[in-house]
Ligand binder design. Structure first.
Ligand SMILES: Nc1ncnc2c1ncn2[C@@H]1O[C@H](COP(=O)(O)OP(=O)(O)O)[C@@H](O)[C@H]1O
Ligand SMILES: O=C(O)C1=C[C@@H](OP(=O)(O)O)[C@@H](O)[C@H](O)C1
Ligand SMILES: [Mg+2]
Length: 173
């Protein structure tokens, strides 16, 4: 099984992805970490030195590599992954995609603790500006996220809940 997690920065893709991979006993891959490994530079450095377009091309290339390389995995994508270079089509055609839907105020609370390592958010001066930016970004991305066949919008989406969703989907699909 290939399970792909999508959603906004701070939705918990990387955190939940690790737990899910343990539960399913399959490899866990974080797309951002794969990009860092391939490029030998941090995501922040890539954005700063090469720009977003370069990053999006790396992201698209690495996604296709990972999807082809692993027969089974849990993949945490980056927040923008499904929205560029027809990546959503790749996700939908090769595995099961789950959208982690988290309200913007909760994203703000989580991201304030870790915004420094997220280049699209790092330069934002305060919580209000961060909240406004996240609303704007979500407005653009929602149409992509909503195409995932599975969605978890629970306040805390646990690995057990996702496994139930997946099992129910697999018996009805
Ligand atoms: N269910 C949760 N409840 C509270 N905080 C969470 C939850 N999931 C993740 N976090 C925290 O939110 C931040 C973002 O989580 P992360 O897994 O990196 O999200 P993503 O990969 O979707 O950007 C981290 O600091 C993480 O510890
Ligand atoms: O939303 C985005 O465009 C991005 C989200 C990041 O991943 P997370 O969603 O894990 O923060 C990372 O891929 C990059 O900084 C771009
Ligand atoms: Mg992440």
């Amino acid at each position: 099984m290939k399970l792909y997690l999508i959603g906004m920065p701070g939705a918990g893709k990387s955190t939940l992805g690790r737990a899910l991979a343990l539960a399913y006993e399959v490899p866990f891959v974080d797309l951002d970490e794969e990009i860092v490994r391939r490029e030998q530079r941090s995501i922040s450095e890539l954005f700063a030195r090469e720009g977003e377009e370069y990053f999006r091309q790396c992201e698209a290339d690495v996604l296709r590599d990972v999807v082809a390389r692993y027969p089974a995995l849990v993949l945490a994508t980056g927040g923008g992954t499904p929205c560029f270079h027809h990546n959503l089509k790749v996700l939908l055609e090769t595995g099961l995609t789950l959208y982690l839907s988290v309200p913007v105020p909760e994203l703000v609370r989580r991201l304030l603790k870790s915004a420094a390592t997220r280049p699209l958010l790092a330069a934002l001066p305060d919580a209000q500006t961060l909240e406004t930016r996240l609303h704007e970004t979500l407005a653009v991305r929602q149409q992509f996220y909503d195409r995932a066949p599975l969605c978890c919008a629970a306040p805390v989406c646990s690995a057990a809940m996702v496994r139930q969703l997946v099992a129910r989907y697999s018996t009805t699909a």
